[in-house]
Design a protein around this ligand. Structure first.
Ligand code: CP
Length: 301
């Protein structure tokens, strides 16, 4: 694995190896030390969880971590992102964690810089993919419910624009999850899905669910271009205790964050015993350690 760009690039064995690697790190098994493997983070969109967990993961592996702020870097003087990466690479940085609003920008960088000793890690690109989020979500599920061939998962929210939903579809498909329901108002339903089936009815879809993943309502998107009544959304799609009566009693409640309490999920459920939202954040550090480790190990294979 030279780059970590999207879940569809990985086969079942590769995903399971990453999950096991992360769980081994979490269990306190030997942690390698890579002081000569420097990593730079280039975040063109805001982030709390992803950027900081990549930084903590690098710290755990003794990797120097450089946070490149696009607003104060020389990109503000017209330098291209490709030239920025080449400049940093010649100083000895080989791993680049990139978040960008443009679909497939990390993939394009990987192609354009293929002749260089550079690893690109996609930390979320547009509406396309967020593979490390899918990895940490899967780790969180497997810790509680490892029998994936019996698992029913529901994802509710803006399925059409969600890079998390895209990566999770590929993750669940590759690992053989039994059933996936993708629930959203009609305006956010994709024409085609990679895995699972779509529905507009949350209560019905939750029948027998083992896991429900709420997606963030991107209020900035609604404000700009889409005609979605937020109150109507809350009325039909905000996850609450009433909806959960249909799900299994031990249903896991998940959310990639950041959470809008009282919009996509009731505040009460965010803090409930069934909520794994903070567990997801915690697992994010181990998932990202596993990604760094796998990429560095690929240099030796
Ligand atoms: N889940 C996620 O990507 O969160 P951040 O935007 O805070 O990184």
């Amino acid at each position: 694995m030279k780059h970590f760009l999207e879940i569809s690039q990985l086969n079942q064995f590769e995903i399971e190896s990453l999950i096991q690697r992360a769980l081994d790190f979490k269990a306190g098994k030997t942690i390698p030390s890579y002081p000569r493997q420097a990593v730079a983070a280039l975040f063109y969109e805001n982030s709390t969880r992803t950027r900081i967990s990549f930084e903590l993961a690098a710290g755990q592996l003794s990797m120097p971590f450089i946070d490149v702020n696009p607003e104060t870097s020389s990109e503000s003087k017209g330098e291209t992102i490709q030239d920025t990466l080449l400049t940093l690479n010649t100083m000895g940085i080989g791993l680049f964690v990139v978040r960008h609003q443009q679909n497939n920008l990390p993939g394009m960088l990987a192609e354009e810089l293929a002749h260089k000793d550079i690893h690109i890690i996609n930390a979320g690109d547009g509406c396309h993919a967020h593979p490390s989020q899918a990895l940490l979500d899967m780790i969180t599920i497997i810790e509680q419910k490892p029998r994936l061939s019996e698992l029913k998962v529901v994802i509710v929210g803006d399925i059409l624009h969600s890079r998390v939903a895209g990566s999770l579809q590929m993750m669940f498909k590759t690992l053989g999850v039994a059933e996936l329901k993708l629930v959203s108002p009609t305006i956010w339903q994709p024409e085609h899905v990679q895995f699972g089936s779509t529905s507009t009815n949350l209560s019905e879809s939750l029948e027998g669910a083992d896991v429900v993943i709420c997606l963030r309502v991107q209020k900035e998107r609604i404000a700009k271009s889409e005609h979605l009544d937020l109150q109507e959304y809350q009325k039909h799609y905000m996850l609450n205790n009433e909806h959960l009566k249909k799900a299994r009693p031990d249903v896991m409640i998940m959310h990639p964050g950041p959470v809008n309490r009282g919009i996509e999920i009731s505040a009460e459920l965010v803090d409930s015993q069934q909520s794994f939202i903070l567990k997801q954040v915690q697992n994010g550090v181990f998932a990202r350690m596993a990604v760094f480790d796998a990429l560095i190990q690929s240099n030796y294979n």
